[in-house]
Design a protein around this ligand. Structure first.
Ligand code: HEC
Length: 133
């Protein structure tokens, strides 16, 4: 009887150890996963996107076309601001964002929402390219 109890206890212990180590392994995987998946952006993919979707309105110099020249844009605006802008320009233009208010005053046309800019990957690519200007 006593032996049986000890056996039972041992197997319970073994079971909870197993569960514990499984949880530990999943936790570790969960922690390292983002390191492998976080995407830095690809400058040349960004350039290609820029040529297709932005170049008709933006020069890569300081010169204005329909929109402002984008040289040094990542120096005058924060990456967070550019991200927000690219996702939905109209939303920022209609907010009280001071940069958007200034742009509104200086440009007659408004930048359309570009469907490609709704994905994280495309935005990161474009921003990598903008950093080189
Ligand atoms: C149809 C014309 C048009 C297209 C296409 C366009 N933009 Fe714009 N963009 C503008 C205009 C106009 C502004 C100035 C703000 C306003 O009035 O909307 C602007 C503003 C910007 C700004 C802010 C610049 C600053 O000095 O603060 C960034 C960044 C930008 N555009 C990036 C892009 C990118 C990247 C693309 C392509 C994915 C793109 N734009 C496509 C017209 C366009």
């Amino acid at each position: 009887m006593n032996k049986l109890k000890i056996k039972l206890k041992k197997s319970k212990l073994r079971n909870s150890l197993r569960t514990f180590s499984l949880i530990l392994i999943f936790d570790i995987l969960f922690l390292i996963f983002p390191i492998f998946t976080s995407y830095a952006g690809d400058e040349s993919a960004g350039e290609e996107l820029f040529n297709k979707k932005c170049r008709q309105c933006h020069k890569t110099t300081e010169q204005v076309l329909i929109g402002p020249g984008l040289k040094d844009v990542t120096k005058r605006r924060s990456i967070e601001w550019i991200e927000k802008w690219l996702i939905d320009p109209k939303k920022i233009l209609n907010s009280d964002d001071p940069i958007a208010q200034e742009l509104k005053k200086n440009f007659k046309r408004i930048m359309p929402k570009i469907p490609e800019m709704s994905t994280d990957e495309n935005r990161k690519d474009i921003i990598e390219y903008l950093k080189t200007l």
